[in-house]
Write a new protein. Structure first.
Ligand code: G3P
Length: 214
């Protein structure tokens, strides 16, 4: 299982790397906008830091324009993966980029049928967003489980699943148990995973008891 950093913030990415949690990075326009720097400068800096896949999203919504923008983005570094939202023009672009040897990720996946279309278009990765489904009282984990089953039962579909929109440590545990290929985790959730009040209490107790060393 690979863990990616779901961030465009270089400091967060470096901190995750120190913990062995930066097998790759996913960005999106919302994450890039938070950084207040140029899109390409951010991607150059991340690709200098991270040798694994760095996912970057073109903004165009029309086939020719998506291809043009994707080719430009992929020139930034050999580890750039082009992340394209789930829609018909995007799927056509995924297919064309595959023929050019440019790796792709179909993002904003909210149903198993979308994951089938993305795989058949030749996407190397799909990003189902589980937290955003939970927000609407749907079962985000059930979506991930359904896609896992479909891909397992059809080995000709070679697309890897990146679970995105992860909000809680329990999401991470359940997704790991399911055998999801890649989890992209925001740094806030990494911080939550590390914490347990019994660990803190145990450390304090050890320090207190150590005062009685002879
Ligand atoms: O990778 C997708 C992620 O950034 C979206 O997360 O919490 O905004 O649904 P969220």
């Amino acid at each position: 299982m690979d863990i990616y950093v779901d961030s465009a913030n270089l400091e967060e990415i470096k901190q995750a790397k120190e913990l062995g949690l930066a097998d790759g990075v996913t960005t999106n326009p919302t994450l890039i906008a938070k950084e207040n720097k140029s899109f390409t400068d951010i991607l150059h800096a991340i690709c200098k830091e991270i040798s694994g896949p760095v996912h970057a999203e073109p903004l165009s919504l029309e086939y020719d324009a998506i291809l043009k923008e994707s080719r430009e983005l992929s020139k930034i570094a050999p580890n750039i993966v082009i992340k394209i939202p789930m829609f018909k023009e995007g799927l056509k672009a995924v297919r064309a980029l595959k023929e050019e040897g440019i790796p792709t990720n179909v993002t904003l996946i909210f149903s198993p049928s979308q994951a089938i279309l993305a795989a058949k278009a030749g996407a190397d990765f799909v990003c189902p967003f589980l937290g955003r489904l939970d927000d609407y009282s749907h079962d985000g984990l059930a979506l991930l489980e359904a896609i896992r089953t479909i891909y397992n039962n059809n080995p000709d579909l070679e697309t890897q699943i990146i679970a995105a929109s992860i909000r809680t440590p329990n999401h991470v545990v359940e997704l790991s148990a399911m055998g999801i290929d890649i989890l992209t985790i925001p740094s806030k959730v990494i911080g939550m995973m590390e914490k347990h009040p019994l660990t803190d209490a145990g450390v304090q107790q050890f320090l207190k008891d150590a005062e009685n060393f002879k």
